[in-house]
Design a protein around this ligand. Structure first.
Ligand code: AVI
Length: 322
Protein backbone atom coordinates (compact mmCIF):
# COMPACT_ATOMS: atom_id res chain seq x y z
CA UNK A 1 0.00 0.00 0.00
CA UNK A 2 1.36 3.37 -0.97
CA UNK A 3 -0.21 5.30 1.83
CA UNK A 4 1.56 7.55 4.28
CA UNK A 5 0.19 9.81 6.93
CA UNK A 6 1.88 12.79 8.31
CA UNK A 7 0.17 13.54 11.57
CA UNK A 8 -0.41 17.19 12.17
CA UNK A 9 -1.29 19.70 13.51
CA UNK A 10 1.83 19.68 15.65
CA UNK A 11 2.29 21.66 18.85
CA UNK A 12 3.15 24.86 17.06
CA UNK A 13 -0.14 24.86 15.18
CA UNK A 14 -2.17 24.00 18.25
CA UNK A 15 -0.80 27.08 19.91
CA UNK A 16 -1.46 29.24 16.89
CA UNK A 17 -5.01 27.85 16.60
CA UNK A 18 -5.77 28.91 20.11
CA UNK A 19 -4.46 32.38 19.48
CA UNK A 20 -6.73 32.95 16.52
CA UNK A 21 -9.73 31.83 18.61
CA UNK A 22 -8.78 34.22 21.42
CA UNK A 23 -8.34 37.04 18.92
CA UNK A 24 -11.60 36.29 17.10
CA UNK A 25 -13.67 36.08 20.29
CA UNK A 26 -12.35 39.34 21.73
CA UNK A 27 -13.08 41.62 18.73
CA UNK A 28 -16.20 43.86 18.59
CA UNK A 29 -17.56 41.62 15.78
CA UNK A 30 -16.75 38.18 17.14
CA UNK A 31 -15.55 35.70 14.55
CA UNK A 32 -14.00 32.26 14.20
CA UNK A 33 -12.06 30.67 11.37
CA UNK A 34 -14.22 28.44 9.13
CA UNK A 35 -11.59 25.77 9.41
CA UNK A 36 -13.08 24.96 12.84
CA UNK A 37 -16.10 23.56 10.99
CA UNK A 38 -14.13 20.51 10.03
CA UNK A 39 -13.84 18.03 12.84
CA UNK A 40 -14.94 14.54 11.74
CA UNK A 41 -18.61 15.33 12.37
CA UNK A 42 -18.31 18.65 10.56
CA UNK A 43 -16.73 16.97 7.54
CA UNK A 44 -19.62 14.48 7.47
CA UNK A 45 -22.14 17.31 7.65
CA UNK A 46 -20.34 19.09 4.84
CA UNK A 47 -20.59 15.94 2.71
CA UNK A 48 -24.34 16.02 3.36
CA UNK A 49 -24.51 19.70 2.38
CA UNK A 50 -22.85 18.86 -0.94
CA UNK A 51 -25.79 16.58 -1.78
CA UNK A 52 -28.55 19.03 -0.82
CA UNK A 53 -30.85 20.18 -3.63
CA UNK A 54 -30.22 23.87 -2.76
CA UNK A 55 -26.43 23.56 -2.59
CA UNK A 56 -25.58 23.87 -6.31
CA UNK A 57 -21.74 24.38 -6.17
CA UNK A 58 -20.68 20.74 -5.73
CA UNK A 59 -23.03 19.39 -8.38
CA UNK A 60 -22.12 22.15 -10.82
CA UNK A 61 -18.38 21.72 -10.39
CA UNK A 62 -18.80 17.96 -10.77
CA UNK A 63 -20.69 18.57 -14.02
CA UNK A 64 -17.78 20.66 -15.31
CA UNK A 65 -15.31 17.93 -14.36
CA UNK A 66 -17.46 15.22 -15.92
CA UNK A 67 -17.41 17.14 -19.17
CA UNK A 68 -13.88 18.53 -19.19
CA UNK A 69 -11.59 16.39 -16.99
CA UNK A 70 -10.07 14.73 -20.05
CA UNK A 71 -9.28 18.14 -21.56
CA UNK A 72 -7.66 19.16 -18.28
CA UNK A 73 -5.57 15.98 -18.19
CA UNK A 74 -4.51 16.48 -21.80
CA UNK A 75 -3.44 20.04 -21.03
CA UNK A 76 -1.40 19.20 -17.91
CA UNK A 77 0.04 15.93 -19.25
CA UNK A 78 1.48 13.45 -16.71
CA UNK A 79 1.51 15.08 -13.28
CA UNK A 80 1.16 14.56 -9.56
CA UNK A 81 -2.23 15.70 -8.27
CA UNK A 82 -2.10 17.53 -4.96
CA UNK A 83 -5.49 18.36 -3.53
CA UNK A 84 -5.99 20.95 -0.81
CA UNK A 85 -9.03 20.19 1.35
CA UNK A 86 -9.59 16.80 -0.27
CA UNK A 87 -12.47 15.72 2.00
CA UNK A 88 -14.13 12.66 0.49
CA UNK A 89 -12.11 13.07 -2.76
CA UNK A 90 -15.26 12.31 -4.74
CA UNK A 91 -14.71 15.00 -7.40
CA UNK A 92 -11.07 13.97 -7.67
CA UNK A 93 -12.20 10.61 -8.96
CA UNK A 94 -13.36 12.35 -12.12
CA UNK A 95 -9.83 13.67 -12.60
CA UNK A 96 -8.21 10.34 -11.74
CA UNK A 97 -10.49 8.61 -14.26
CA UNK A 98 -9.38 11.05 -16.94
CA UNK A 99 -5.66 10.55 -16.22
CA UNK A 100 -6.17 6.80 -16.10
CA UNK A 101 -8.07 6.92 -19.39
CA UNK A 102 -5.04 8.55 -21.00
CA UNK A 103 -2.79 5.84 -19.58
CA UNK A 104 -0.94 8.26 -17.27
CA UNK A 105 0.60 7.10 -13.96
CA UNK A 106 -1.56 8.15 -10.98
CA UNK A 107 -0.03 9.87 -8.00
CA UNK A 108 -2.33 11.67 -5.58
CA UNK A 109 -1.51 13.76 -2.50
CA UNK A 110 -4.74 14.55 -0.59
CA UNK A 111 -4.39 17.14 2.16
CA UNK A 112 -7.05 17.64 4.81
CA UNK A 113 -7.26 18.73 8.44
CA UNK A 114 -9.75 15.96 9.16
CA UNK A 115 -7.89 12.65 9.63
CA UNK A 116 -10.99 10.44 9.65
CA UNK A 117 -12.31 11.42 6.24
CA UNK A 118 -8.84 11.54 4.69
CA UNK A 119 -7.95 8.00 5.80
CA UNK A 120 -11.28 6.54 4.78
CA UNK A 121 -11.25 8.10 1.34
CA UNK A 122 -7.57 7.26 0.69
CA UNK A 123 -8.24 3.61 1.53
CA UNK A 124 -11.23 3.50 -0.77
CA UNK A 125 -9.25 5.12 -3.59
CA UNK A 126 -6.47 2.54 -3.20
CA UNK A 127 -9.05 -0.22 -3.49
CA UNK A 128 -10.63 1.34 -6.59
CA UNK A 129 -7.45 2.40 -8.44
CA UNK A 130 -4.93 -0.45 -8.14
CA UNK A 131 -2.05 1.49 -9.71
CA UNK A 132 -2.63 4.65 -7.69
CA UNK A 133 -0.02 5.98 -5.27
CA UNK A 134 -1.50 7.99 -2.41
CA UNK A 135 0.47 10.14 0.02
CA UNK A 136 -2.06 11.66 2.38
CA UNK A 137 -1.21 14.59 4.60
CA UNK A 138 -3.34 15.32 7.65
CA UNK A 139 -2.47 18.95 7.92
CA UNK A 140 -3.41 22.57 7.42
CA UNK A 141 -2.74 23.82 3.87
CA UNK A 142 0.02 26.04 5.07
CA UNK A 143 2.10 23.31 6.72
CA UNK A 144 1.39 20.78 3.98
CA UNK A 145 2.47 23.14 1.21
CA UNK A 146 5.78 23.62 3.00
CA UNK A 147 6.23 19.87 3.42
CA UNK A 148 5.55 18.67 -0.12
CA UNK A 149 8.40 16.50 -1.41
CA UNK A 150 9.73 17.04 -4.94
CA UNK A 151 7.54 14.98 -7.24
CA UNK A 152 9.07 12.12 -9.29
CA UNK A 153 6.58 12.89 -12.08
CA UNK A 154 7.25 15.52 -14.78
CA UNK A 155 5.05 18.10 -13.09
CA UNK A 156 2.61 18.87 -10.31
CA UNK A 157 -0.96 20.15 -10.35
CA UNK A 158 -2.27 21.65 -7.13
CA UNK A 159 -6.07 21.40 -7.09
CA UNK A 160 -8.19 23.67 -4.95
CA UNK A 161 -11.77 22.75 -5.74
CA UNK A 162 -15.18 23.57 -4.32
CA UNK A 163 -14.56 27.34 -4.12
CA UNK A 164 -12.91 26.97 -0.72
CA UNK A 165 -10.86 30.00 -1.77
CA UNK A 166 -14.06 31.97 -1.16
CA UNK A 167 -13.75 31.23 2.55
CA UNK A 168 -10.58 33.37 2.73
CA UNK A 169 -10.65 37.13 3.09
CA UNK A 170 -8.36 39.13 0.79
CA UNK A 171 -5.34 39.07 3.12
CA UNK A 172 -5.68 35.31 3.67
CA UNK A 173 -6.12 34.82 -0.06
CA UNK A 174 -2.89 36.74 -0.79
CA UNK A 175 -0.99 34.70 1.79
CA UNK A 176 -2.45 31.47 0.42
CA UNK A 177 -1.34 32.25 -3.13
CA UNK A 178 2.18 33.03 -1.93
CA UNK A 179 2.29 29.56 -0.32
CA UNK A 180 0.84 27.82 -3.37
CA UNK A 181 3.19 29.45 -5.86
CA UNK A 182 6.14 28.63 -3.57
CA UNK A 183 5.18 24.94 -3.83
CA UNK A 184 5.07 25.04 -7.65
CA UNK A 185 7.95 24.86 -10.15
CA UNK A 186 7.89 26.62 -13.53
CA UNK A 187 5.55 24.65 -15.79
CA UNK A 188 3.45 23.30 -12.88
CA UNK A 189 -0.31 23.88 -12.73
CA UNK A 190 -2.92 25.22 -10.35
CA UNK A 191 -6.51 24.06 -10.83
CA UNK A 192 -8.96 26.35 -9.06
CA UNK A 193 -12.73 26.00 -8.60
CA UNK A 194 -14.61 29.27 -7.96
CA UNK A 195 -18.23 29.97 -7.24
CA UNK A 196 -19.42 32.81 -9.47
CA UNK A 197 -21.74 35.75 -8.74
CA UNK A 198 -25.42 35.02 -9.34
CA UNK A 199 -28.88 36.15 -8.12
CA UNK A 200 -29.17 36.59 -4.37
CA UNK A 201 -32.11 34.19 -3.91
CA UNK A 202 -30.15 31.27 -5.36
CA UNK A 203 -27.17 32.08 -3.17
CA UNK A 204 -29.17 32.51 0.01
CA UNK A 205 -31.13 29.28 -0.52
CA UNK A 206 -27.85 27.37 -0.84
CA UNK A 207 -26.85 28.46 2.67
CA UNK A 208 -30.31 28.13 4.26
CA UNK A 209 -31.34 24.64 3.22
CA UNK A 210 -34.80 23.43 4.13
CA UNK A 211 -33.51 20.37 6.00
CA UNK A 212 -31.39 22.46 8.37
CA UNK A 213 -28.14 20.65 7.60
CA UNK A 214 -26.25 23.92 7.10
CA UNK A 215 -27.61 25.20 10.43
CA UNK A 216 -26.34 22.04 12.12
CA UNK A 217 -22.97 22.39 10.36
CA UNK A 218 -22.72 25.96 11.60
CA UNK A 219 -23.56 25.08 15.22
CA UNK A 220 -21.25 22.06 15.14
CA UNK A 221 -18.32 24.46 15.16
CA UNK A 222 -19.16 25.21 18.80
CA UNK A 223 -19.07 21.51 19.69
CA UNK A 224 -15.71 21.24 17.98
CA UNK A 225 -14.38 24.17 20.03
CA UNK A 226 -15.73 22.59 23.23
CA UNK A 227 -13.81 19.43 22.44
CA UNK A 228 -10.64 21.11 21.22
CA UNK A 229 -10.32 23.83 23.85
CA UNK A 230 -12.30 22.48 26.80
CA UNK A 231 -15.17 24.91 26.18
CA UNK A 232 -18.74 24.97 27.46
CA UNK A 233 -20.59 26.45 24.49
CA UNK A 234 -24.27 25.47 24.44
CA UNK A 235 -25.10 25.22 20.71
CA UNK A 236 -28.82 25.56 21.56
CA UNK A 237 -28.20 29.17 22.57
CA UNK A 238 -27.12 30.06 19.03
CA UNK A 239 -29.16 30.35 15.85
CA UNK A 240 -27.96 29.90 12.28
CA UNK A 241 -28.03 33.04 10.06
CA UNK A 242 -26.79 33.20 6.47
CA UNK A 243 -27.29 36.07 4.01
CA UNK A 244 -25.68 37.60 0.94
CA UNK A 245 -23.72 40.79 1.54
CA UNK A 246 -23.88 42.28 -1.97
CA UNK A 247 -21.40 45.09 -1.38
CA UNK A 248 -18.73 42.55 -0.38
CA UNK A 249 -20.02 39.93 -2.88
CA UNK A 250 -20.04 37.33 -0.13
CA UNK A 251 -22.34 35.04 1.77
CA UNK A 252 -21.87 35.52 5.50
CA UNK A 253 -22.70 32.81 8.01
CA UNK A 254 -23.25 33.88 11.58
CA UNK A 255 -24.40 32.31 14.83
CA UNK A 256 -26.86 34.66 16.45
CA UNK A 257 -27.02 34.67 20.25
CA UNK A 258 -30.51 33.85 21.62
CA UNK A 259 -29.91 35.17 25.15
CA UNK A 260 -27.05 36.78 27.01
CA UNK A 261 -24.63 34.35 28.63
CA UNK A 262 -20.93 33.68 29.09
CA UNK A 263 -18.76 30.89 27.75
CA UNK A 264 -15.49 29.60 29.18
CA UNK A 265 -12.73 27.92 27.17
CA UNK A 266 -10.47 26.23 29.71
CA UNK A 267 -7.50 25.46 27.47
CA UNK A 268 -7.37 29.08 26.34
CA UNK A 269 -8.00 30.55 29.80
CA UNK A 270 -10.71 32.65 28.18
CA UNK A 271 -14.17 33.74 29.29
CA UNK A 272 -16.35 35.42 26.69
CA UNK A 273 -19.57 37.39 27.25
CA UNK A 274 -22.26 37.01 24.59
CA UNK A 275 -25.05 39.59 24.42
CA UNK A 276 -28.54 38.66 23.22
CA UNK A 277 -28.83 39.45 19.50
CA UNK A 278 -25.11 39.78 18.81
CA UNK A 279 -23.60 37.49 16.22
CA UNK A 280 -20.52 35.38 15.85
CA UNK A 281 -19.24 35.36 12.25
CA UNK A 282 -18.23 31.79 11.35
CA UNK A 283 -17.72 32.05 7.59
CA UNK A 284 -17.53 34.27 4.58
CA UNK A 285 -18.06 32.63 1.20
CA UNK A 286 -17.01 35.03 -1.53
CA UNK A 287 -18.58 34.86 -4.96
CA UNK A 288 -16.19 35.67 -7.75
CA UNK A 289 -16.08 37.39 -11.09
CA UNK A 290 -14.17 35.53 -13.82
CA UNK A 291 -12.34 38.52 -15.28
CA UNK A 292 -11.29 39.81 -11.86
CA UNK A 293 -9.95 36.39 -10.95
CA UNK A 294 -8.00 36.17 -14.19
CA UNK A 295 -6.33 39.52 -13.38
CA UNK A 296 -5.64 38.40 -9.84
CA UNK A 297 -4.01 35.15 -11.00
CA UNK A 298 -1.79 37.12 -13.37
CA UNK A 299 -0.70 39.31 -10.44
CA UNK A 300 0.28 36.14 -8.59
CA UNK A 301 2.49 35.05 -11.49
CA UNK A 302 0.00 32.47 -12.80
CA UNK A 303 -0.97 32.36 -16.47
CA UNK A 304 -4.55 31.36 -17.07
CA UNK A 305 -4.64 28.52 -19.62
CA UNK A 306 -8.38 27.90 -19.71
CA UNK A 307 -11.63 28.45 -17.82
CA UNK A 308 -14.49 25.98 -18.00
CA UNK A 309 -18.00 26.70 -16.79
CA UNK A 310 -21.52 25.23 -16.75
CA UNK A 311 -24.34 26.40 -19.05
CA UNK A 312 -25.67 28.82 -16.37
CA UNK A 313 -22.20 30.24 -15.65
CA UNK A 314 -22.70 29.50 -11.98
CA UNK A 315 -19.30 27.99 -11.31
CA UNK A 316 -15.84 28.31 -12.89
CA UNK A 317 -12.94 25.91 -13.09
CA UNK A 318 -9.68 27.64 -13.97
CA UNK A 319 -6.43 26.01 -15.00
CA UNK A 320 -3.41 28.26 -14.53
CA UNK A 321 0.28 27.58 -15.05
CA UNK A 322 3.41 28.96 -13.43
C1 AVI B 1 -16.13 24.72 1.76
N1 AVI B 1 -16.82 25.94 1.37
C2 AVI B 1 -16.44 26.30 -0.02
C3 AVI B 1 -18.27 25.92 1.55
C4 AVI B 1 -18.90 27.22 1.03
O1 AVI B 1 -19.88 27.11 0.31
O2 AVI B 1 -18.38 28.29 1.30
C5 AVI B 1 -18.61 25.73 3.01
C6 AVI B 1 -20.08 25.83 3.29
N2 AVI B 1 -20.62 26.62 4.17
C7 AVI B 1 -21.92 26.46 4.16
N3 AVI B 1 -22.24 25.60 3.26
C8 AVI B 1 -21.10 25.18 2.71
Amino acid sequence: LHLEYLLAPNLATEKEDGQDVVWGLTQPQKSLSPRYFYDDRGSQLFEQICKLPEYYPTRTEAWILQNYATQIAQMTGICELVELGSGSSSKTRLLLDAYRGLGYPLRYVPIDVSAGILKASAKQLLADYPTLQVYGLVSTYELALQKLMPTPLPSRTICFLGSTLGNFNQAQCDRFFAQVTAALQPGDYFLLGIDLQKPKDILEAAYNDSQGVTAEFNRNMLRHLNWRFGGNFDPNLFEHRAFYNASEAQIEMHLSVKRSHSVHLKALDLTVQFREGETLLTEISRKFDREQMQKYLAKQGLKLRQTWSDPNNWFGLMLAQV
